[in-house]
Ligand binder design. Structure first.
Ligand SMILES: [Zn+2]
Length: 254
């Protein structure tokens, strides 16, 4: 099977049972370390509920992501500009970021916008930074999606655990999440370096948080910001004027 990141030949590494019933082949690329399932034919079923009932961590994750996103914005970007949460699901992070005073918008082709109504991304808006938390493991064509994101913004911040080396068997890494059928793409450091290089971006990473950007950010500075994100959030973000009231007024007049 052809690697859907670097187009080299991927090799079969194991089979796993997805959604409790489909025997699915997993392929690993020896060149870029990208792992992918065979062509996913079960996605309609997997997304019949886009956000799985067992996803009890959804709010905690969004609270944590808000702190990381705020700190990275304060550290390296123009906090007064517009931002986009790509693949932002129900709009929880978009709403939380607006609550903290950042001009965030939402884009998600597969999910209903529940919490950030009125703040869907408008085509053509200039976007300082895209956030894409819990997104790239869902992609059947990662290059196409990164291409789409980089057309919307020069800078993309996202989360993703590297696939362990050597590659674990299906039952030995929780992130495969075969019971949901939604995780179909897995990445090593080499995979993400390859993608960054392809789009001529600088790539920096710490603790499963990744930034691909036109900016040159020193590894040390990125680490400092991620490690101190809680402090940056409390001291800088909390000084910003919340958009809760302004958004309500705006929506009333819509
Ligand atoms: Zn590859």
């Amino acid at each position: 099977m052809k690697c859907n990141v670097c187009s080299n030949k991927s090799s079969l590494v194991f089979e796993g049972k997805i959604l409790g019933k489909y025997n699915v082949k997993y392929y690993l690329c020896p060149v870029c370390n990208h792992m992918q399932t065979e062509k996913p034919y079960w996605l309609e079923e997997a997304y019949s509920t886009p956000i799985a009932a067992e996803d009890t961590g959804i709010l905690k994750r969004n609270y944590d992501n808000r702190i990381i996103a705020s700190a990275v914005i304060e550290g390296f970007f123009n906090a007064g500009a517009q931002f986009l949460d790509y693949g932002g699901g129900w709009g929880i992070l978009t709403r939380l970021m607006r609550d903290d005073g950042y001009d965030f918008y939402l884009m998600d082709k597969y999910s209903e916008n529940l919490f950030a109504r009125g703040f869907d991304y408008l085509q053509g808006s200039e976007t300082e930074l895209i956030t894409a938390f819990e997104v790239i493991e869902h992609l059947s064509d990662p290059i196409q999606t990164f291409d789409e994101m980089f057309k919307l913004s020069s800078n993309v911040l996202f989360s993703q655990p590297y696939i362990p080396d050597p590659v674990p068997q299906i039952g030995n890494w929780w992130y495969y999440a075969p019971e949901t059928g939604q995780h179909i793409s897995f990445y090593g450091r080499k995979t993400l370096e390859y993608i960054a290089q392809k789009f001529r971006k600088n790539y920096i990473s710490f603790n499963d948080i990744h930034l691909m950007s036109d900016k040159t950010v020193a590894q040390e500075d990125f680490e400092t910001v991620i490690k101190n994100s809680q402090y940056i959030y409390l001291t800088q973000t909390q000084k910003r004027r919340s958009k809760i009231t302004d958004d309500m007024e705006y929506l009333k007049n819509c």
